[in-house]
Write a protein that binds this ligand. Sequence first.
Ligand SMILES: NC(=O)c1ccc[n+]([C@@H]2O[C@H](COP(=O)([O-])OP(=O)(O)OC[C@H]3O[C@@H](n4cnc5c(N)ncnc54)[C@H](OP(=O)(O)O)[C@@H]3O)[C@@H](O)[C@H]2O)c1
Length: 313
Amino acid sequence: MATPDTLRYTRIPLADGSGAIPALGFGTLIPDPLATKQATKTALEVGFRHFDCAERYRNEQAVGDAMQEVIKAGTIQRKDIFVTTKLWNNNHRPDRVKPAFEASRQSLQLDYVDCYLIHTPFAFQPGDEQDPRDERGQVIYDTGVTLVETWQAMERLVDEGRCKSIGLSDISLDKVQEIFKAARIKPAVVQVESHPYLPEWELLDFCRQRGIVLLAFAPLAHGMEPKLVDNLVITTIAQRVHKTPAQVVLAWAIQRGTALLTTSTTPRYIQENFEVSTLPEDAMQEIRDGITTRVRFNPVVETGVPGFIPQSR
Ligand SMILES: NC(=O)c1ccc[n+]([C@@H]2O[C@H](COP(=O)([O-])OP(=O)(O)OC[C@H]3O[C@@H](n4cnc5c(N)ncnc54)[C@H](OP(=O)(O)O)[C@@H]3O)[C@@H](O)[C@H]2O)c1
């Protein structure tokens, strides 16, 4: 009898010793709270055990409700779920970090959070407005705080025990290096856009060498044009290995050593995205060598302004 493929259950140990992150993650950037709750529940039911959230998504309560329902029903235990959430740009001042974290933790209805990320390295004007703009519509940045100061406040959250690990997001390699050097508690996770059109090999190499998990968002290129699931290299491999194009792309991400976050509100896709299995080595190489198109879909890494979140939210 053939051994069952276990790629979907891959867990990557965190170098800080706080545990391991399931490679296959479900992202909760879903504008509608009811759809968020439903999709999160479906993701839990089909087997996802890693959830990515953010105060900026304004739906942590809905994610928390879904998790509480399955935990209370006794089908899944809290300890088996890995939950990440993120500090938004208007909360970079050190005195704002803990209140922002606590608000997220309480909305998620959790005793502790597995990982807390600085959502972007860009500090916006401190205050309750998530998208502060001047009269010309330009973002108001905050020059009164450095990323290292915000990082130190994140480290204190780990000391206090409500957050097991910390990391960075939407960040360039040089900034990761800067924080890595200055940090007392090293970043455990770095979350960036990554897929075959934006493989980020250099960042992945740095992360591997330092024991940092590279967590790829938009692994399916956010479903945008040029559609990765229609790419000829991907569709040819999919036919050969009897998997869907999405499953090929997600397997590639796990096998090259990243964790990933995929999102869908379509139950059939959520199930499909969990049912990944190992690609043969030649397919891995064909994706690496055969896809030369390069596209960044989300400009957040350049400005701190999210490309995938409606600005009015
Ligand atoms: N750090 C950051 O700044 C940042 C930025 C963006 C995202 N993220 C995180 O990353 C997560 C994932 O991002 P993403 O939405 O770009 O992920 P993605 O998985 O690359 O793209 C999602 C899109 O692909 C479609 N899709 C999903 N499964 C599919 C399948 N099997 N076949 C065909 N199409 C499929 C979805 O359609 P349907 O919805 O119609 O089903 C949706 O339109 C977010 O939820 C969030 O947690 C982080």
